[in-house]
Design a protein around this ligand. Structure first.
Ligand code: HEC
Ligand code: HEC
Length: 394
């Protein structure tokens, strides 16, 4: 009798395992076309990139110096603020605030730095054309670190460990030219930031299994996320802008986020960013570009300001997105649910640019909205604990 009971209970548990994998968690039908499109959002992680405009990009000594400088408050005017004040490792390299707080509240949100090394335009408005040029901006901005060339230069010359780290990275002792030392500081900071690659997420296991035809592994991906992904690449057209392995084109778009900063003052986005880019002495057309071939100046040479750039902001990558927020360039959308609601209800009249609108109200059902959120959350993963930074110099 006990034997029989045991057998019955074993059978029941077997059945429930089987039901768990095959019934409550089915693999939806994926067409060859859909599988191809899903495949384009990977593989992850991509191979590391080197920035030819930055001589210490991808070098161990450059990265080590940059990591040290990233949390160096002595780079700021009052000695109290570092890059890590706003870009915090424990907060997905952002700060959790709707608007960044420097000496005053800024008009924009601190973006995450995950996967920043793969971009070609930087800042919400694309005013930077290299990661190192973008890293100079907070050093100079009086509302941010307000440090300037002298701060960086005196620090590199005056601190024995940093001077030694500098020599290892750049192959020379810190010289007398303050501006050069500030640019080199930014280049080391950029080398470090380019190593910030987000971890593999549940989506990546699904994507790889789907492409490889491994139905068992693919079926482990929650069915709500599968439905959300189908919407994302299908009727919701999200992947028009959030494309590729990083879920961003790296370009700019207008999704109808209000642009008023305060009554009577607007943030014109890309239109103003282009204006700042062309007059920036640290852009790739300037003397600090280390790429002697000049091949990397093409984008900057060919930019043109057009009225359609008004109200455009850079398309954010979506990896780790559910762990961040609030959302958008001005932090005006609190949660992922609200982001999806925005796309569901956006009024075409809210779009500012006068090009062909890529965004239209999707009128999603409650279930579809939840599915999209479930998909977005499948791009999140707990990042591994960061090892202690290497010693700069013995
Ligand atoms: C006061 C908070 C604050 C500090 C300090 C700060 N940042 Fe930022 N960071 C921001 C904000 C806000 C933006 C968005 C700027 C914009 O688009 O106008 C930004 C943008 C960036 C970007 C571009 C990100 C992207 O997605 O294009 C990089 C790179 C960056 N910061 C690096 C740094 C480095 C390096 C430092 C230290 C030298 C630093 N930041 C210090 C708030 C800060
Ligand atoms: C026209 C291009 C475009 C399309 C289509 C598009 N997005 Fe976006 N998305 C953007 C831009 C641009 C922003 C940033 C806007 C801003 O800050 O003002 C953004 C912001 C976001 C954010 C906030 C990210 C952050 O870090 O603040 C999420 C999440 C998002 N989009 C998801 C989606 C989803 C889901 C869809 C489909 C329903 C979609 N997007 C369709 C361009 C697009």
């Amino acid at each position: 009798m006990t034997r029989l009971l045991l057998l019955a209970s074993m059978l029941a548990s077997l059945l429930s395992v089987w039901a768990g994998s095959a019934w409550s968690q089915p693999l939806l039908d994926w067409s060859p076309e859909e599988i191809r499109t899903v495949g384009q959002h990977g593989p992850w992680p991509p191979p590391p990139v080197r920035d030819p405009s930055n001589r210490v990009s991808g070098t161990a000594a450059g990265v080590a110096l940059g990591e040290r400088l990233f949390s160096e408050a002595r780079l700021s005017g009052d000695g109290r603020m570092s890059c890590a004040t706003c870009h915090q490792a424990g907060r997905e390299w952002s700060d959790g605030l709707a608007k960044a707080r420097g000496s005053v509240e800024l008009d924009r949100r601190t973006p995450s730095l995950w996967n920043i090394g793969y971009l070609h335009w930087f800042g919400w408005d694309g005013a930077g054309d290299s990661l190192w040029a973008q890293s100079i901006r907070p050093l100079l901005d009086p509302r941010e670190m307000n440090g300037g060339p002298t701060r960086a230069a005196e620090l590199l010359r005056g601190d024995a460990t940093l001077a030694c780290g500098y020599e290892k990275a750049f192959g020379r002792k810190p010289g007398a030219d303050d501006e050069q030392l500030m640019v080199d500081t930014a280049k080391a900071l950029a080398a470090f930031q380019a190593t910030l690659v987000s971890p593999r997420a549940p989506f990546d296991d699904f994507r790889d299994a789907l492409v490889a035809g491994d139905r068992d592994v693919a079926a482990r991906y929650p069915v709500a996320a599968q439905r959300g992904l189908k919407l994302f690449i299908g009727t919701a057209n999200c992947n028009l802008c959030h494309l590729g392995p990083r879920f961003t084109s790296g370009e700019f778009g207008d999704i109808g986020i209000p642009f008023f900063v305060r009554p009577g003052e607007v943030d014109p986005g890309r239109l103003a960013g282009l204006g700042r880019l062309v007059v920036n002495p640290f852009n790739l057309l300037g003397k600090y570009n280390d790429d002697e071939t000049g091949n990397n100046t093409r984008r900057t040479r060919h930019v043109q300001r057009q009225h359609t750039n008004f109200g455009e902001f850079r398309v954010p990558g979506l990896r780790q997105v559910g762990r961040g927020g609030p959302y958008m360039h001005n932090g005006s959308v609190p949660t992922l649910e609200d982001v999806v609601k925005h796309y569901s209800e956006v009024s075409p009249d809210r779009l500012h640019s006068d090009g062909v609108p890529l965004v239209r109200p999707l009128a999603l059902t409650t279930e579809q909205s939840a599915d999209l959120v479930a998909f977005l959350r499948s791009l999140d993963a707990e990042p591994p604990v960061r090892p202690a930074p290497p010693a700069l110099c013995p």
